[in-house]
Design a protein. Structure first.
Length: 127
């Protein structure tokens, strides 16, 4: 499997940094799954990170712990918000990587928010 993200591609938690209009960074620890050389993240559809990615696809990634403490090198990336089919694929990747915990969280979210309540994000290495 191709992993252009180094340790961030295999970490249990990844610090995803998006950028506000004024250029200031906003970092959030997220679950991420590597597939076919790209990293996939799953999040709430109306989150600010999704709004920032739609405006500016430039992101940075860094392995971290669950509380967001950085644990490695920063990698530049380009993100895009996925459609319904792509988001469903990301849900499957998250369930597979995070096992029972992933299945419980993703399934609970679908029951609570519906399928439109969350969205997948695809990240390619580099800008």
């Amino acid at each position: 499997m191709d992993n252009p993200f180094g340790p961030a591609g295999t970490a249990n938690y990844v610090m995803l940094t998006t950028f506000r209009k004024n250029g200031s960074p906003v970092a959030t620890p997220v679950w991420a799954a590597l597939d076919d050389g790209k990293l996939y993240v799953w999040t709430v559809t109306d989150s600010w990170k999704v709004k920032r990615i739609r405006r500016d696809p430039a992101v940075t990634l860094q392995p971290c712990n669950a509380t967001g403490k950085p644990r490695g090198a920063v990698i530049d990336g380009t993100a895009r918000v996925l459609d319904a089919a792509g988001s469903e694929r990301v849900r499957g990747l998250i369930k597979r990587k995070y096992s029972v915990q992933g299945w419980l969280i993703v399934t609970g979210s679908v029951l609570r928010r519906g399928r439109q309540g969350t969205v997948g994000i695809e990240i390619a290495a580099g800008r």
